[in-house]
Write a protein that binds this ligand. Structure first.
Ligand code: P70
Length: 470
């Protein structure tokens, strides 16, 4: 038997290894049920990973949303909750943290990201207006549409090609944006909706040069620019890594500069900001803030809690500060990249370059024999769960929903299955297990058939839709 000399990851790549900038203080046992039990659970869940019980899941890569491990400082902060209905001291800590790290003047807490999306959409969109954005996100677009807006995708074409290696696949195509403004008139553009990183494109970043150019174009036409700041910290890492002139700037500094080109932002704090629940909305304009501050009491709660407990706001304020630390972001994205590099090495089709929060399997190339109308990405999520109890998420035709006018499926170019990595939760060994399971499903791909949708809810159908094998 040949004896292979074991090498660390760093040695394999000819460099010193890095490690997470924390140690583990508390653990939560994992359980893996048998293949027969998984088969039963999957049928019961209608082949939809959103409908599985988490007790039946081994490694949960459904989402990075609300699944982070909080730090000891955040947990200590939870004990300092001031649960006053009005004017909680934790609100002021949160307000200060957002002002300091994102640079906006006015801050409102919300129960999570979509609460903030709802408010900004209601206040900033007049029915019939257009909302250009760098690729749709499910909840964002829905709130824009519910407010009477029409979303228009103005991302660069490269973003729709999983194999294109453009370093900033989240960039706005300025010609597309310019042409829209020309066509409908600046008065009919509600605002530009810019997300960094772009979730549906594979966690792809926007460059600083691009946000500056978008800001200039908006300023020339008197159009506002709002950010989806959900994963802006991860976006800043890619700017630091890839954009000339930023290698020596801190992540915190890059985030602040990026925000300075915008008029405000909404945030799902369940991602970058390292909390299990929460969000915020921040704007600079005084009049717009007045309107939002009034509307929030209808839908979320008083403007000093917005649907959160005092303790949640404290954990969030601390999470914001921890989230912009360079060593944290480096190890977080390093772990995602580790999984991506393993799969790439083994010839498994994934979205390139590997993004910030997840590795996206390219289900079109994974299952070339399954037509898009038979849900290849949904099928892949189901097969992965069957193989090893790993839970992933469909980001393809089921997620894209139907065209509001024709009623037909939207058929996105990207048909992806997302392996989303929670922050500070899993180890490198878990990544190895995940990679091996993806490989096993890939090895057996020829015999896998597609799915048929048997139940389709009206809104955001992917959450609750049911399927069966064809
Ligand atoms: C995910 C989560 C949430 C999200 C986001 C961006 C870029 C806003 C939000 C909304 C949860 C999710 C949401 C819809 C479909 C599937 C999963 N993304 N903007 O897993 O924030 O969830 O706090 O209301 O990614 O990607 P919230």
């Amino acid at each position: 038997m040949t004896h292979l000399k074991p090498e660390t990851m760093g040695q394999q790549f000819g460099r010193r290894s890095w490690a997470e900038p924390w140690k583990i203080k508390m653990v939560e046992p994992l359980r893996m049920i048998s293949r027969e039990e998984r088969e039963r659970a999957l049928v019961e869940a209608g082949y939809n990973t959103f409908l599985l019980r988490s007790d039946d899941v081994y490694i949960d890569l459904l989402t990075d949303s609300g699944t982070s491990a909080m730090s000891d400082r955040q947990w200590a902060g939870m004990m300092l909750g001031d649960e006053a209905y009005a004017g909680s001291r934790n609100f002021y800590h949160l307000e200060e943290a957002v002002r300091h790290h994102y640079g906006f003047r006015h801050v409102l807490p919300t129960h999570q990201g979509r609460g903030a999306e709802h408010l900004i959409s209601q206040v900033a969109i007049k029915p019939g207006q257009f909302v250009p954005g760098n690729m749709y996100f499910t909840t964002t677009r829905l709130h824009q549409e519910l407010a009477g807006g029409h979303f228009v995708d103005v991302i660069i074409d490269e973003a729709h090609d999983p194999e294109d290696l453009h370093p900033f696949k989240g960039d706005v195509d300025l010609d597309k944006l310019g042409a829209l403004i020309e066509r409908v008139g600046a008065g009919q553009v509600a605002y530009v909706s810019l997300a960094g990183t772009v979730n549906m494109a594979g966690g792809q970043p926007v460059s600083m040069a691009n946000v500056r150019a978008v800001r200039d174009l908006c300023a020339r036409h008197g159009i506002r620019l709002f950010l989806d700041a959900t994963r802006l910290v991860e976006n800043a890492f890619f700017i630091q890594e890839r954009e000339a002139g930023f290698a020596d700037r801190s992540i915190a500094d890059i985030v602040l500069e990026f925000c300075s080109y915008s008029d405000g932002a909404w945030m799902s704090a369940k991602k970058d900001n390292l909390v299990n629940i929460g969000g915020w909305l921040a704007v600079n304009d005084d009049d717009q803030f007045e309107e939002l501050r009034n509307l929030i009491v209808v839908y979320e709660g008083l403007h000093t809690y917005g649907g959160l407990a005092g303790r949640d706001m404290e954990a969030l304020a601390i999470g914001i500060e921890e989230s912009v630390q360079d060593d944290h972001v480096r190890s977080r994205i390093g772990q995602v990249r580790y999984l991506g590099e393993l799969l790439t090495d083994w010839g498994i089709p994934i979205v390139q370059p590997v993004g910030g929060h997840a590795v996206f399997l390219d289900a079109r190339r994974f299952f070339p024999h399954i037509p898009q109308d038979e849900f290849p990405a949904q099928t892949l999520a189901a097969e992965l769960y069957l193989d090893s109890g790993i839970r992933s998420m469909e980001r393809g035709i089921a997620s894209a929903g139907r065209d509001a006018k024709t009623g037909d499926h939207n058929r996105p170019k990207l048909e992806l299955t997302r392996l989303t990595i929670p922050r500070r939760v899993y180890t490198q060994a878990h990544m190895d297990v995940v990679a091996e399971s993806v490989k096993a499903v890939h090895d057996g791909r020829g015999s896998t058939g597609g799915l048929r949708m048997t139940y389709e809810p009206k809104y955001l159908r992917f959450f609750q839709a049911r399927f069966e094998r064809l």
